[in-house]
Ligand binder design. Structure first.
Ligand code: SF4
Length: 353
């Protein structure tokens, strides 16, 4: 079928109202930029879920990074987005303005050079991310071990997708289908979502980020949703891979083994949602010397009481429904986590409004 045929189908859909959620910050950005929501039937609702790793990191995590950055002979290094995310009182950027030692880096490997140059100084890397990013941290750990570098620690806020998707399904999110994250699936394989689609009877479409791939993924999701009873009766999977150029069923097994070597699952707090069992990844006890105290960072604080990030992250409301959106809360004056990161749904809605 031609792309135009898929678009026509989505445009002319007149069945029951359906809500599809994307759970990937890059999908949030790609969907907002493409304008797809304005082209398809108003009966197909596209909502954003907790797909931005920076947005879902709790304020207790930011507070801990700030406390470390204030310790003598210690520097906190991390990616740019994390510098602006609010903690209980202020962000890492604001803490830097008050004298805390904070450095923005472009890659975790940049810390290796710093640590070698200043062996008496401690570097703490603020490691956030989902299944996509975790293998990068295993490369950093490999290098630290190989080079016998002992002055780098990781403060992790690493998360995995299936437990939070299960949590959303169990907590009344009313999602009819998920646009499964393409980048995550490169590492985990499309099989990562099989158990969820079976348990909840909800379709998952793994897809890419170009407008064409998004149209194909949303069309595939709608068709699976329309035929789900039939598919189930035939024993067919409700997880389909529409991104076969880079995603396989099994994923990158070498990266998976590396992650398994260094990390183990544990409970994690998601901003706005609270603690979700087994949704975090933590350094295994044998690597505890490299951990800067990542477990139990559970404080979850709102900088503005009217901020509705929690409901936005659960797909219960759109950013437009927040009374602060575009008025008090803008990318230059973010009042909540979803407006801070470029992968946040409020940020993207604001840019593409
Ligand atoms: Fe929070 Fe701002 Fe989004 Fe409202 S618009 S939910 S205040 S981030």
């Amino acid at each position: 079928m031609e792309l135009q045929t898929y678009i026509e189908y989505l445009k002319n859909y007149d069945g029951p109202e359906v809500t599809f959620m994307e759970v990937c910050g890059s999908h949030t950005a790609a969907i907002a930029k493409s304008g797809i929501a304005r082209v398809i039937s108003p009966k197909i609702h596209l909502v954003s879920g907790p797909g931005c790793p920076v947005c879902v990191s709790p304020s207790g995590y930011v507070d801990r990074l700030i406390a470390l950055a204030k310790e003598p002979e210690t520097t906190v290094c991390t990616f740019g987005d994390l510098l602006r995310i609010p903690g209980t009182e202020y962000s890492l950027n604001e803490a830097k303005g008050q004298g805390a030692s904070v450095e923005m880096v472009y890659s975790p490997m940049d810390v290796i050079a710093l640590a070698k140059e200043h062996p008496d100084h401690t570097y703490v890397f603020g490691a956030v991310g989902f299944e996509t990013t975790v293998p990068v941290y295993t490369v950093l750990l490999d290098e630290m071990l190989r080079e016998h570098i002992t002055n780098i620690r990781l403060l992790t806020a690493l998360k995995v997708m299936p437990p939070v998707i299960g949590w959303l399904c169990d907590n009344g999110a009313h999602i009819d289908g998920f646009i499964a994250p393409g980048h995550v699936s490169v590492i985990t394989g499309s099989k990562h979502f099989e158990a969820l689609s079976r348990q909840y009877g909800i379709p998952f479409a793994v897809t890419g980020f170009s407008p064409k791939e998004l149209v194909l993924g949303i069309y595939g999701l709608l068709r699976m949703w329309e035929q789900k009873e039939e598919l189930r009766q035939q024993g067919d999977s409700l997880t389909k891979n529409f991104y076969p150029s880079v995603v396989t069923t099994e994923g990158n097994t070498i990266a998976q083994a590396k992650v398994e070597q260094y990390f183990e699952p544990g409970p994690a707090v998601w901003r706005g949602m609270g603690e979700i069992a087994d949704s975090g990844l933590y350094l295994r006890p044998e690597y505890a010397a490299y951990d800067a105290g990542s477990r139990g960072l559970d404080e979850d604080h709102k900088i503005n009481k009217a901020c509705r990030c929690d409901q936005v992250l659960m797909g219960k409301i759109s950013s437009y429904d927040c009374p602060l959106f575009g008025k008090v809360c803008t990318p230059l004056s973010p009042q909540g986590a979803c407006m801070v990161s470029s992968e946040g749904s409020c940020y993207q809605r604001y840019l593409n409004r």
